[in-house]
Design a protein around this ligand. Structure first.
Ligand SMILES: [Zn+2]
Length: 250
């Protein structure tokens, strides 16, 4: 084979590979069917810009190709015994404003699974969980920041909250009749009464606070020192900050 022939073969082969590679890339992008495709598990704290609501109803119906643990899951589909009092879907909250269109507790599948296990465990003792907040879209975090731009009260949306990752839950205990157990403070009380080491509460409230903490820690949840009701899911940092609206979550 002449030098020219070899050169020609090399050039043609390069072109074929190049085209194939590009086609493959475009095909990969084109097959992304839902916004949940972008719920990737990475260590990056950056906002996934493409996690937008689906543009057509057919896209909305497409099943998520993500592994279950990374998917946004409505807790009701995992354990319907967990009571809901999603405060940001009402005006009964720190901001005195309804910030969510619906009262849903949505979490990454990994967090939903272990929260369900905590509930089952507590049920054996005649107790249960009541959740105040779960996944919170970043756009709501921004609204909160506009109302209260103080990091002592609200996580700066530039950094995001662990709730924005679908990997944190605000929760309390209820008895078998659904009545809340006494705790050292109400939800979103940003005083020292919310601290886990606050000693001024009644002995019953302190006992209940500890009971909740022990029940959650048993399944891997990580307590927050300044809010007795807040727990992060183990591995929360693997999940990106999201701005998927509640309406786009199955
Ligand atoms: Zn919280």
């Amino acid at each position: 084979m002449s030098r020219w022939a070899r050169l020609l073969i090399t050039v043609v082969a390069s072109l074929v590979l190049s085209v194939a590679f590009h086609n493959f890339s475009f095909a990969s992008i084109a097959t992304i069917p839902t916004p949940t495709t972008t719920l990737t598990q990475t260590a990056s704290p950056t906002v996934s810009v493409s996690s937008q609501p689906p543009s057509t109803p057919t896209q909305k119906a497409a099943p998520s190709p993500l592994p279950y643990d990374a998917r946004l899951i409505d807790i009701r589909t995992v354990n319907n015994k967990i009571a809901l009092d999603i405060r940001y879907a009402t005006t009964n909250n720190f901001f005195k404003r309804k910030l969510y269109p619906v009262g849903r507790c949505v979490l990454r599948g990994a967090a939903a699974k272990i929260l369900s296990q905590v509930q089952d465990d507590l049920a054996k003792r005649g107790l249960g969980l009541k959740v105040y907040d779960c996944y919170r879209p970043l756009s709501v975090q921004k609204q909160m920041w506009e109302i209260m731009p103080d990091p002592n009260y609200v996580a700066d949306p530039a950094k995001g909250s662990r709730h924005n990752r679908g990997a944190a839950v605000d929760v309390t205990l209820v008895d078998r009749n659904g009545k809340e157990l006494e705790m050292p403070s109400g939800f979103d009380d940003f005083t020292e009464r919310a601290y886990r080491d606050y000693t001024g509460a009644s002995s019953q409230a302190k006992k209940n606070r500890q009971l909740l903490e022990d029940a959650m820690k048993k399944y891997g949840f990580i307590p927050l020192a300044t809010e007795w009701w807040h727990f992060d899911a183990p591995g929360w940092e693997k999940f990106t900050i999201l701005d998927v609206p509640f309406g786009a979550i199955p």
